[in-house]
Design a binder for this molecule. Structure first.
Ligand code: NAD
Length: 293
C-alpha cells in the first residue's frame, strides 16, 4: 500500500526538496501532498514536477496559522488518511531582542509553534484511531542550544522539542512514531525569508552601541557559517528518507550524522556555563579572552 505523505511549507527549501524527493521514488511508494501557504508561490515547485509525478504529487494550499485552511487541506486528501505527516513550515527572526516588534515576535511563534500544534491537532485523531503513523518535524540545533540575537526563534524551536518529546511518550501507545530532524545551517530561502533587523534600520537607533557592535559581528559570523558549513537540502532529504524508511525510527536525527559538539556540551556539562562560554568564544573570539580576565 502506498504511503500518503503530507508536508507543510513546500514552496521552497527543505519542504520542496523533500516533496519532490519522495514523489520521485522509482517504486512510487509515496503519494505526496505538498502544501503551501499560498498557491501563488507554487512556481518553484512546479519547475521540479514532471509527468512522472502525475500520480505521486498533489499540491494543496495550507497556511499553518489558519485552522480552516489546515482542515480544508486535510479534507482534500483523496485517500482519506495521512500516514506520514511532516511539519516543516517555519520562519526565522534575527536581531537584538529590545528592538523587536511584539507583532513580529508573535508571528514567529504563530508559525513555528502554534502552526505545528494546530497541524498536529488536525491529523492526530485519525492516526490514533488507525493506530498507525509517523510524524516528522524539521527541528533546528537552535532548538537544542541558544544563539545570541535569535532568542525568539530559539524559543520557538526549543518549544518544538518539548512538544515533540511529550507527544512521543504518549504516541508510543498508539504505534505512532515521532521524529525530529535536527538541522544546522541549510542552503534554502530561510535567510532571505527571515525577519532580520538590518544594520542601519532606524529601530537600532535606540540600541546601546555595545550591543550594536556585537550584532554586527554576529551577522558576519553568521555569513561565514552559512558559507562554510551550510548543508544542501539533498543532504537533509537523505536523513528524512532514512527516518521514513526505518522500521524503528529514532526520535532524534542529526543531519550532520553526529551530535554537534556544542549540543553535546549541554549534556556533558549540565550547569550550562561551558556551553555559554564555548558559544561566546565561537562568535566573539577576542572578547572571550577579556571576559576570562
Ligand atoms: P524556507 O524559508 O525555504 O522554507 C520555509 C517554508 O515554510 C516556506 O515554504 C514558507 O512558505 C513556509 N511557511 C512560512 N510560513 C508558513 C505558514 N504560515 N504556513 C505554511 N507554510 C509556511 O526555509 P527552510 O530552511 O526550508 O525551512 C524549513 C524548516 O527548516 C523551518 O522549520 C526552519 O526553521 C527549519 N530549519 C532551517 C534551517 C536553515 O538553516 N535553513 C536550519 C534549521 C532548521
Amino acid at each position: 500500500k502506498r504511503k500518503v505523505v503530507l508536508i507543510t511549507g513546500c514552496s521552497s527549501g527543505i519542504g520542496l526538496s523533500l516533496a519532490v524527493g519522495l514523489a520521485s521514488d522509482p517504486e512510487k511508494n509515496y503519494k505526496v501532498y505538498a502544501t503551501l501557504k499560498t498557491l501563488n508561490k507554487k512556481q518553484r515547485l512546479l519547475k521540479s514536477v514532471t509527468e512522472f509525478h502525475r500520480d505521486t504529487l498533489d499540491i494543496l494550499q495550507m497556511d499553518v496559522t489558519d485552522r480552516a485552511s489546515i482542515m480544508s487541506a486535510r479534507d482534500r486528501v483523496q485517500e482519506g488518511r495521512v500516514d506520514i505527516l511532516v511539519c516543516n513550515a517555519g520562519v526565522g527572526l534575527m536581531g537584538p531582542l529590545e528592538v523587536q516588534d511584539s507583532k513580529v515576535m508573535k508571528d514567529v511563534m504563530e508559525v513555528n509553534l502554534f502552526g505545528t500544534l494546530q497541524t498536529l491537532q488536525a491529523f492526530l485523531p485519525d492516526m490514533k484511531s488507525r493506530r498507525e503513523g509517523h510524524i516528522l518535524v524539521t527541528g533546528s540545533t537552535g532548538g537544542l542550544h541558544g544563539l545570541p540575537f535569535n532568542e525568539v526563534y530559539c524559543a520557538s524551536k526549543f518549544a518544538i522539542e518539548g512538544l515533540c518529546e511529550s507527544l512521543a511518550v504518549l504516541l508510543q501507545h498508539f504505534n505512532i512514531r515521532v521524529s525530529i530532524i535536527e538541522c544546522g545551517p541549510v542552503n534554502t530561502d530561510f535567510m532571505l525569508n527571515l525577519q532580520k533587523t538590518e544594520i542601519g534600520d532606524c529601530a537600532l537607533d535606540a540600541l546601546d552601541s555595545h550591543t550594536l557592535s556585537l550584532y554586527e559581528r554576529f551577522l558576519l559570523h553568521c555569513g561565514t557559517v552559512f558559507q562554510n558549513a551550510a548543508q544542501d537540502t539533498e543532504d537533509i532529504v537523505k536523513v528524512y528518507l532514512d527516518a521514513i524508511r526505518s522500521p524503528e525510527p529514532a526520535f532524534r536525527y542529526f543531519t550532520s550524522g553526529t551530535v554537534p559538539p556544542l549540543v553535546k556540551l549541554k549534556t556533558t556539562q549540565p550547569d550550562g556555563l561551558e556551553y555559554i562560554r564555548a558559544m561566546g568564544e565561537l562568535i566573539f573570539p577576542q572578547d572571550h579572552e577579556e571576559l576570562q580576565q
